[in-house]
Design a protein. Structure first.
Length: 273
């Protein structure tokens, strides 16, 4: 069986219970986790241990919280008050975990589904998305990443052009794949809004008329305010586990789609505190 799983964000207990509910066996099954493996939940290091132990049975996308860990680990930003990254940062083998994280992709195709953490700009086709994600994957894994990391953050350029080069090109690709929620009909990205009320002139990226991937099956996480989206060609799987709601998996191989959700009430005391 092959399942796509929404944002874990360090919620290892819920992850373990979800895997048990699925009857997951790494010798037989595969999972794709749609990014944000770590942070805000109580057990980020344990999540990484679980995932690495599954080896080829688990594909893990990079999300914005995972990139945030790399920036904090490099000393380029101070941890946020809500961060729960200390166990990784203080681990004796932290460099091994950071290297493992850097080796994870930003987009994959699984059982006909294009899987990303955040979204796909309206100008990109499926092929563009996989090509450009692979381009940045090589950057993140390689020696140029350390020089780029201090300049990774920023909201510009806000619109894609194939003529973009170097840092601007890489920044846009990372922003699109790990941060985007809203964009304009002409593909300009907007990053200030996180909830479900679109700012004037913008739409959820997947509602833009005429986007190049319309009709292509796409699965994404990142946008917990939306809850579960279950459409024939769209799966939104960040269902807010870290906010005390659910952790969601969807089986995508075979015929009938199967959705499995685990409630995460153990996170509520942490949120209240």
């Amino acid at each position: 069986m092959i399942h796509l799983i929404g944002d874990l964000q360090g919620c290892c207990d819920a992850f373990d219970r979800l895997l048990a509910e699925l009857g997951f066996s790494p010798s037989r099954d595969r999972i794709v986790v749609l990014g944000d493996l770590v942070n805000r939940g109580p057990a980020s290091l344990q999540v990484l241990r679980r995932l690495r132990a599954f080896d080829g049975a688990a594909t893990c996308l990079l999300g914005n919280h995972d990139l945030h860990l790399l920036v904090v680990a490099a000393g380029l930003r101070r941890p946020h008050r809500s961060d729960t990254l200390g166990e990784i940062l203080d681990a004796r083998d932290r460099e091994a975990w950071l290297s493992w994280l850097r080796a994870q992709p930003l987009a994959v195709e699984e059982s006909g589904w294009l899987c990303v953490h955040a979204g796909v700009p309206p100008q990109w086709t499926r092929e563009d998305t996989l090509r450009l994600a692979a381009e940045v994957h090589e950057l993140v894994r390689g020696p140029e990443f350390a020089a780029f990391l201090p300049r990774m953050y920023g909201d510009e350029p806000s619109r894609w052009s194939e003529s973009l080069q170097g840092e601007e090109r890489w920044r846009f690709i990372i922003n699109a794949l790990t941060r985007m929620r809203y964009c304009s009909p002409n593909g300009e990205l907007e990053f200030a809004s996180k909830e479900t009320q679109a700012p004037p002139g913008y739409l959820p990226w997947f509602e833009v008329p005429g986007r190049a991937t319309r009709g292509e099956p796409i699965a994404f996480g990142h946008w917990s305010a939306l809850g579960l989206i279950d459409r024939p060609d769209l799966l939104g799987l960040d269902t807010g586990c870290v906010w005390g709601r659910q952790l969601t998996a969807v089986r995508v191989d075979g015929g009938r789609r199967e959705i499995v959700q685990i409630r995460c009430p153990e996170m509520l005391p942490l949120i209240a505190g």
